[in-house]
Design a protein. Structure first.
Ligand SMILES: [Zn+2]
Length: 571
């Protein structure tokens, strides 16, 4: 009765009951679940009834509930049973049973399936194969091959086209018997989720989040073709090696290593890789959080890009930087209007001159300096570890000294840590030199510290410009949300840092923004931390040229991730 594909799940960690087997063989066709996205939207919290068969299996029909597996499939004919009188239901059930008895195999191949990535409602996994050591050489080779292949799938955003990458990662999980599925929020866009089940349902799951899309790369500027996935001199080269395909591979391989080793965690680990992060995540994490929240309804914690392991000034000791908050974008469009006409007889004032005047005023405007808690803590901790300048031990007080402040904010990265920034990025007016355009606009990228109020910032900008005829539209903004610096996950990271690298952990603020805010909105404690050591030369490749990651760094990252999940999973 078991379809051959289902046999691939034969090494699933938990002992399969007949009901589970029935679901594997009939309820779930992982090959096709992705093809019907966003049909995956139809994954309902549907309670499938079950019917015992003579061989002991139970099929999801009518009658008692199956207790030992999750509702992770769509029952294609479920509509037959809803809001119908008992007799109709009985006829429908009989019809369906007959169909199944005649052609179980045909039904098994039907696309009426959906993912087994929803939270478990039972106690989850209870048995594992005998523990065995992790073959790190094999894991490293596999991770290297996977990242190389992953880089070769060009997911430059726009347009993204992440679905092919999502399918490849899904296959990798399925080959090891870890349930996974994909979604296609828009044609070509992709999202994948996979779930490694742990024992019990009482501990909140942890999400390992990454994004599959990358920023563009101009091959003319690179030493190697950016989408060839070359492995040379002990490094894996290509766009996305660090941002963010490498971290995705670390997360995936850590999950597979744990499963293969027969390690039972006391919580589930959920892998989610999204698209569209580099363009704000509306067609990626934003879509997923809005449409598929049931997939991660049991999650309490999340790890994402935004932090990592950095060498200290002595180049011997390391520090684990964990971002607990991020600045938020406030993207504005300033539009000026004026008379259109021929440039041979220009009026004294045009849309362009008005706009230029407004931008001039804006560039003179300086936002106030303000040190938020995580930034104060970050500089304090690093100064202590690095025996750095005494002033950094209390940055907020030190910045009251104008001379110190001038020096500190002359570094753009440091400046961005202590104030809202405002910078014009897009300018547009006439397309022809001899035509005066009726309108001209500029787009302004403002980045606000957590705690800054966007309405206040817009009104301050209006005041600074001092011209009511300039129209200001908000293009993008969301509420800043932080995660607490203290949590069981932070404790686990601290233990890992101590045990693995004799290192300390410092909280930080990301001056950009990642997809974490979508999950923080759902009250999930989200940290920017990937346990990989990024060397300064490699760090420059992020959104730059010659992006690459060391094979050793990748392997160390997987080892640390396995250890972190073991610590956080009660091992
Ligand atoms: Zn990224």
């Amino acid at each position: 009765m078991i379809a051959s594909d289902a046999l691939r799940f034969g090494d699933e960690l938990f002992s399969l009951t007949p009901a589970d087997l029935a679901c594997y063989s009939y309820g779930m066709d992982y090959r096709q679940d992705a093809q019907h996205s966003p049909g995956s939207l139809a994954v309902r919290r549907h309670q499938p009834p079950a019917k015992p068969f003579s061989d002991g299996t139970k099929l999801p029909i009518v009658g008692e509930l199956s207790q030992n597996h999750n509702r992770w499939y769509i029952f294609r004919f479920s509509g037959l049973f809803e809001s119908r009188p008992p007799l109709t239901r009985a006829i429908a059930a009989a019809f369906l049973l007959a169909c199944l008895a005649i052609s179980g195999a045909t039904f098994a191949a039907s696309p009426a399936a959906s993912p087994n990535v929803l939270p478990a409602e039972s106690m989850g996994v209870t048995q594992a194969p005998p523990p065995q050591p992790i073959n790190w050489d094999r894991v490293t080779q596999e991770a290297t091959d996977l990242l190389s292949k992953y880089i070769q799938i060009n997911t430059t955003n726009p347009p993204g086209n992440e679905i092919e990458a999502a399918r490849m990662l899904k296959e990798k999980f399925l080959t090891d018997g870890v349930p996974a599925t994909t979604w296609e929020p828009q044609h070509g866009r992709g999202i994948i989720a996979a779930r490694l089940r742990g024992i019990g349902k009482h501990n909140k799951s942890i999400i390992l989040l990454s994004h599959m899309d990358v920023v563009p790369a101009d091959p003319k500027e690179w030493q190697v073709p950016p989408f060839a996935g070359l492995v040379k001199n002990g490094q894996i080269w290509g766009r996305g090696a660090i941002d963010d395909k490498g971290p995705g591979v670390i997360e995936l391989m850590a999950m597979l290593a744990i499963k293969r080793a027969g390690i039972l965690l006391n919580r589930d680990v959920l892998f989610i890789a999204t698209g569209d992060e580099e363009e704000g995540g509306k067609n990626g994490a934003g879509w997923f959080v809005d449409h598929e929240a049931s997939v991660f309804s049991d999650a309490g914690y999340l790890l994402n890009e935004g932090g990592g392991i950095h060498p200290l000034a002595d180049n011997k000791r390391k520090v684990y930087v964990v971002s607990v908050t991020e600045k938020t974008p406030l993207w504005l469009r300033l539009t000026a209007n004026g008379p259109a006409g021929h440039a041979s007889d220009p009026p004294a004032e045009t849309a362009v001159t008005r706009l230029v005047h407004a931008l001039d005023k804006l560039s003179e405007y300086k936002t106030p300096v303000h040190v938020i808690g995580p930034v104060q803590d970050y500089y304090h901790s690093v100064a202590q570890l690095d025996h750095g300048p005494r002033e950094l031990l209390d940055l907020a007080s030190a910045l009251k000294n104008p001379a110190f402040q001038d020096k500190f904010v002359s570094d753009p990265g440091q400046n961005a840590q202590v104030r809202d920034t405002i910078t014009p990025t897009v300018l547009s007016a006439s397309q022809k030199t001899n035509v005066i355009s009726e309108t001209a606009y500029a787009e302004i990228d403002c980045r606000l510290l957590p705690g800054s109020d966007s309405k206040t910032v817009v009104s301050d900008i209006k005041k600074a410009i001092g011209d009511d005829s300039i129209k200001i539209d908000v293009l993008l903004n969301f509420q800043p949300i932080s995660s607490p610096s203290r949590s069981p996950l932070m404790n686990a990271i601290e233990t890992l840092a101590r045990v693995h690298d004799q290192a300390s952990v410092v909280p930080s603020m990301v001056i950009g923004f990642t997809d974490s805010h979508y999950f923080r909105q759902k009250k999930i404690v989200s940290y920017g931390f990937i346990p990989i050591e990024i060397l300064p030369a490699e760090g420059k490749g992020i959104h730059g040229v010659n992006e690459r990651v060391g094979v050793k760094e990748l392997a160390d990252g997987i080892q640390r991730m396995v250890q972190l999940l073991k610590i956080f999973g009660g091992q």
